[in-house]
Structures are given as C-alpha cells and as structure tokens.
Design a protein around this ligand. Structure first.
Ligand SMILES: [Zn+2]
Length: 158
C-alpha cells in the first residue's frame, strides 16, 4: 500500500515537473545585438529590437489581402493567419487573434504616458506591436502589428 502511494506520488510529481515542456511553451531563439543587426534591415531592427513603430500607412502589409501566414521577420515563428486579418483603418496590419496563444507574449507597456499591452514574438522576444480591446468578433481584440515585424508566406501555419 505504502509502496503504491509512493509510486503514485512520484508519477504526479513527474507530471508536474514535465508540464512546462508538454509542447506548450515555444523554444526560445536568443541572439546577440550584433547578430540581430546582421540579419535584420535597419528598419526591422528598430521595430523588433528597439520597440519602434513604423509610420501609419507606410507598411507593406497594411493594405495586403492574400491568403497565407504572417511570420515573425526575426525568427519565422508563425504569428497571424490572413483569416484573422481585418481592415482597422488605423494604417497598421490588424488581426483579431494570433495563430496560437503560445506564439505570442504580451507585456504591459507604460511608455509615452499610456498603459498599453505590448505584443512580442514568443520565440525571439521581438517587439511586434500592441493589442487593444476594440477589435471585432469573435475575440474583440485588435492586434495592431508593424509590417516591419512580419514576413508574409503563402503557407498555412503548422
Ligand atoms: Zn520572432
């Protein structure tokens, strides 16, 4: 009896310890500042690594209506499907949901005297844009994303 209880406790412990690795969290890509400067254009670097914002209506994906997937310009992590894209009129590509909750990370941003929710790539921690609670159904969210942080591919997300 005591033996069985111990085995069961060990199994439960093993499950708890393995939980974060259960395919839920994404594997991180970590590069030095110099490596990022090497693979990104100066404009992409400014947005992804320095939390910059491209001017409204300047990005190549603002008025872009093809079927496929928008992946992270820094690490190719699939971020948003064209199915979730909508025309917000703001001048930035806008989506009502990411391809998966684990593909992005959010973080409270208190810069510029505002409280906003920053959206980051969950794999390379690159700055993508912000999310606002004024989007369309079904989520009511508006992911306002810089074109410079994205790369479009006609492939469906894995
Ligand atoms: Zn990334």
């Amino acid at each position: 009896m005591h033996y069985r209880t111990t085995i069961r406790s060990l199994l439960i412990l093993a499950l708890i310890l393995m939980w974060p690795m259960g395919g839920q969290s994404m594997e991180k890509i970590i590069k030095t500042d110099a490596q990022w400067r090497e693979i990104l254009s100066p404009e992409q670097y400014k947005v992804l690594r320095q939390k910059g914002t491209e001017p409204a209506f300047s990005g190549e994906y603002n008025d872009h209506h093809h079927n496929g997937t928008y992946v992270c310009a820094g690490c190719d992590n699939p971020l948003f499907s064209s199915d979730a894209k909508f025309d917000s009129g703001t001048g930035w590509p806008s989506f009502f949901q990411p391809v998966g909750e684990t593909h992005i990370a959010t973080h409270e941003d208190r810069s510029w005297f505002m409280v906003r929710t920053e959206v980051l790539c969950a794999v390379c921690d690159g700055h993508l844009g912000h999310v606002f609670p004024d989007g369309p159904a079904p989520t009511g969210l508006r992911y306002c994303i810089n074109s410079l942080a994205l790369r479009f591919t006609t492939q469906a997300p894995e």
